[in-house]
Design a protein around this ligand. Structure first.
Ligand code: WTA
Length: 649
């Protein structure tokens, strides 16, 4: 069996094996050095090399604070780059999407690039027939079925701007996003499978567009076969429209800076922000990060577990991966249906080579136990990835050993909805892979760690992670109809000079970047800056801890003090265990980081994408209003926690 990493070195770092190096696209420092010398020239070259353009650009980069443009005057089509060119180069028969339905008695479906090409053209014609034009918004509210990618690519083909809304969002959330974008067309399905039951998606969609709505037409994919109401003249079946659609649709020649999609994401306020991404810069970085970070080769089967409704789904379940002409696997259901080994069964049966998921999912699998992956042959895997939050040492090791068989590197990819593509990680042929450390900036990306006065912090001190000009080509081009918010959120802290990621970070070995968590999760305890993520990391390293979250609680002497919520594995809560956890934090970070309170809980409140809702935990420990819990994955967790903390409201 091939080993893609060396054994741990004396510092606890892993390096690419000789085998991995000879296989990798990037094997040494050269590309980093070349890119750092002249990032604009680097992206200019990479944009030509990776992407097909109808017309080259006149100017590569323009920066007028706080706005920037890339590949100005260039014309391209993202759908052409993801589909047509692979058919033209003779890869038409290669699988583009392998779709795995949740029900075990249903066959998987394989869509080759040729088939995808046909479907996308037809659906582009369907949209045109319904009156969708360049620049119009189309909302996509679909489950994890290939019609999602077909719909996105069809929009990209004709220059319509899609806004994908996560299928588990409520009708209210969907309505807010439709209204903000003023979408004309909504694409949804009758239902979908979730842990063996049918979720009636069309009902939610109906509720979201009832009464006054900009939506004029609704296209419904028949997926689960449940009964739905079809409103005359407004609702149409996908398959009926497709049966009548014309076969050919030429890709529109679109401006590099023309918006490709809007994706709503939550900020510090309750109202979601519509992050805008444009055709040129986005696809250039989606392509190169896919190729280099996942080291994609022709024979790979890439699987990203992220929902298509998140940015990770957009970039690594659609655009980036398809642009490289690689095969992606797309799974409809949950990891525990019909049993807790479903993911590993899929890896084994489909010989998945690259697996990309979130730390929260890894912790969940670890909590279920290593006997589940142990039932399966996972030797096809070559590379593992994580995204979405800092990964603690314990989750990292569990993933590395139990899924990667201690043979596969883990690329910890740091990025944001706003950045469109991975900006900080470790390339698999370069290394080193350091648990809990994301790595270095991707070639051509200029990031820094600064203090509040814009000074770069020295050595391994902590600070704020910012981006500097030239900004990454795939960085957002604004917030939909919210310019003021755009400036406030990303630019005001540093006089419109740096882009604020709103994340904290510190260097390791003066070179590699460890993300310490959102800046709003950083505490100041007795004048010491401590990241909640660092304390969480320490607590989670205890063998009995399944998951934990630390929030800041006001403290009369220290200013702020850490309050820890801890979910245990099998163990029972006890004073002794609590003391062990206090001791663990003291040993790992120091007495200063010791939580004031450790509260044992059955579960932590989570968003539907699996992120812990620290805002609500903070409200609980400060007796502030908790806010709307209906969009949570597990609203019931809040009731239990109220008792645990003695919440007075
Ligand atoms: C966090 C997800 C540590 C970070 C692609 C960021 C991470 C926010 C990592 C963006 C990582 C993402 N290590 N933290 N590898 N990846 N984050 O917009 O706080 O859903 O600002 O994008 O997730 O979340 P978003």
């Amino acid at each position: 069996m091939k080993k893609w990493v060396t054994d741990k070195d004396s510092k606890g770092y892993y390096w690419p094996s000789e085998e991995a190096k000879s296989y990798a696209w990037v094997k040494d420092e050269k590309i980093y050095e070349e890119a750092a010398k002249d990032p604009i020239a680097f992206w200019d070259k990479k944009a030509r090399e990776g992407i097909s353009w109808f017309k080259p650009w006149k100017k590569t980069y323009l920066w007028k604070p706080p706005y920037y443009k890339w590949f100005i005057g260039g014309k391209l089509n993202v759908c052409y780059n993801c589909v047509d060119r692979h058919v033209e180069s003779g890869k038409g028969k290669k699988p583009a999407i392998i779709w795995i339905p949740e029900p075990m008695n249903e066959e998987k479906k394989v869509l080759t690039f040729e088939e995808l090409h046909k479907e996308v053209q037809k659906f582009a014609n369907v949209l045109k027939e319904l009156g969708v034009k360049k620049g119009d918004r189309v909302t996509i509210y679909l489950p994890m079925i290939p019609e999602a990618q077909i719909a996105m690519l069809a929009c990209a083909r004709i220059g319509a701007i899609h806004s994908v809304v996560f299928s588990a969002f409520s009708p209210e959330s969907l309505r807010a996003r439709i209204d903000d974008a003023k979408s004309k067309v909504l694409i949804t399905s009758d239902g979908y499978y979730r842990r063996g039951k049918i979720v009636e998606l069309k009902k939610n969609a109906d509720e979201a567009v009832s009464g006054k709505s900009p939506i004029k037409k609704v296209i419904v994919v028949k997926r689960a076969g449940n009964q739905v109401e079809m409103k005359k003249k407004r609702d149409f079946w996908w398959h009926e429209l497709m049966a009548k659609a014309k076969e050919k649709c030429a890709p529109a020649k679109l401006d590099s800076e023309q918006p490709l999609f809007i994706l709503y994401t939550s900020g510090t306020t309750g109202k979601p922000k519509g992050v805008i991404h444009v055709n040129g810069g986005y696809i250039v970085m989606a392509y190169w990060t896919s190729k280099y970070v996942f080291d994609l080769h022709d024979e790979d089967i890439f699987w990203c577990t992220a929902d298509i409704g998140w940015v990770t789904g957009h970039t690594y379940n659609c655009y980036g991966i398809l642009a490289t002409g690689s095969t992606l696997l797309f799974y409809e259901g949950t990891p525990d249906f019909p049993d807790k080994d479903r993911w590993w069964k899929i890896v084994e049966e489909n010989k998945v080579t690259i697996f990309y998921t979130a730390p929260t999912a890894i912790r969940m699998c670890a909590q279920w136990g290593s006997e589940w992956p142990a039932k399966h042959d996972l030797s096809s895997l070559r590379l593992l990835g994580t995204v979405g939050e800092p990964i603690d040492q314990q989750a990292w090791s569990w993933y590395f050993e139990n899924i990667g068989g201690s043979r596969c590197p883990i690329v910890d990819t740091w990025w944001q909805t706003e950045t469109g593509a991975t900006l900080i990680t470790t390339l698999p042929g370069v290394g080193p892979f350091i648990p809990t450390v994301a790595g270095r900036t991707f070639p051509g990306v200029t990031a820094d760690i600064v203090d509040a006065e814009k000074n770069s912090v020295s050595g391994d001190m902590g600070g704020y992670l910012v981006l500097k000009s030239p900004f990454p080509p795939s960085l957002l081009r604004g917030l939909w109809k919210a310019e003021k918010k755009y400036i406030e959120t990303y630019w005001l802290s540093y006089d419109k000079e740096f882009y604020s990621t709103n994340d904290g970070a510190r260097r390791v070995d003066n070179k590699y970047i460890r993300i310490t968590g959102r800046v709003d999760d950083v505490m100041n305890v007795s004048g010491h800056r401590i990241s909640t993520a660092e304390i969480e990391n320490a607590i989670a390293s205890h063998k009995n801890v399944a998951e934990c979250a630390v929030v800041s609680q006001p403290h009369p002497i220290k200013g702020e003090a850490p309050f820890a919520f801890v979910v245990l594995k099998e163990a029972q809560p006890s004073e002794q265990l609590k003391n062990e956890l206090f001791e663990t934090v003291r040993v790992k970070i120091g007495p200063i980081a010791k939580p004031e309170v450790i509260a044992f809980a059955d579960a932590l409140p989570k968003t539907r994408s699996g992120k812990i809702m620290r805002r609500m935990l903070r409200a609980l420990v400060t007796n502030q209003p908790i806010g709307d819990t209906t969009t949570l994955l597990n609203p019931e967790s809040i009731e239990q926690l109220k008792k645990v903390v003695g919440y007075k409201g």
